[in-house]
Design a protein around this ligand. Structure first.
Ligand code: BTN
Length: 241
């Protein structure tokens, strides 16, 4: 069971949980109709448009800092499986985007609250649900579930489907059964692709080989294997996503 908090408007569901987590139960979900300061990865903003589902999930119990890198991957798999439930095929772009028809329909922003040890992990998710178009700067890269399927979606139903999928994967994760990563390997958008990456100040080109058991990405630059975690690299594909 997930305690649910709903806001018509809030700055950011992630920021709300970062402020309030000491008083909230493990597994609380915060959902908002609008965010005034929605955040994306790498300091970007997440556009508010009322047609998307935006929510954050709080994890407080049994946080294992060595296994945190797996959580965005697990969340991406849960979103992709939720799309299976709707008969919408999807791929997962390591580490935290879900793509339909090679365009982004969902992004994940994981944040940890650390005071000596990790006190809380916040998984923030935005899913483009009923958008019929996007601003010109992202039009070529973004898609909604409605655009993909010509149907309208109820955000409560989508959230429930997601949480059912997430709960099943998270109980595997808690039991240290990471076999769900095989689902990601089968649906990995990047595997086999050439990417450019900023790796410790150097811009290099490498081919994506696999996703490792620790959730890191394995690449090869023609001379050597390179293992990177999500925080270490910024990847550019030919699509610029
Ligand atoms: C990304 O693709 O860059 C990640 C986007 C994450 C957006 C979600 S929306 C709900 C939660 N609250 C935020 O401020 N951000 C995340």
């Amino acid at each position: 069971m997930h305690p649910l908090i709903h806001f018509e408007s809030i700055d950011s569901t992630n920021e709300y949980l970062k402020r309030e987590y000491p008083c909230l139960e493990d597994q609380t979900v915060v959902v908002a109709d609008h965010q005034t300061k929605g955040k994306g990865r790498r300091g970007r903003s997440w556009t508010d448009d009322s047609k998307s589902l935006v929510f954050s999930l709080l994890l407080k119990k049994d946080i294992n800092s060595e296994r945190i890198d797996l959580l965005p991957l697990l969340s991406g798999i849960a979103i992709s499986q939720m799309l299976d439930d709707l008969d919408i095929p999807s791929l997962i772009k390591w580490p935290n985007d879900v793509l339909i028809q090679e365009k982004k329909c969902s992004g994940i922003l994981l944040e940890a609250v650390t005071e000596e040890s990790i006190k809380a992990v916040i998984i923030g998710i935005g899913i483009n649900l009923n958008d019929q178009e996007f601003p010109s700067d992202i039009r070529e890269k973004a898609i909604s579930l409605a655009m993909a399927s010509k149907r309208e979606y109820d955000s409560k139903r989508i959230l429930t489907l997601f949480l059912n999928r997430f709960d099943a994967l998270y109980s595997m994760y808690q039991n240290k059964d990471d076999s769900y990563l095989d689902i990601l390997r089968k649906r990995s958008y990047l595997t086999g692709k050439k990417v450019r990456l900023d790796y410790y100040g150097e811009n290099i080109e490498a081919t994506v080989i696999d996703i490792l058991a620790n959730g890191h990405l394995l690449l090869n630059d023609g001379k050597k294997d390179i293992e990177v975690n999500a925080g270490e690299v910024s990847l550019q594909t030919s699509y610029g996503m």
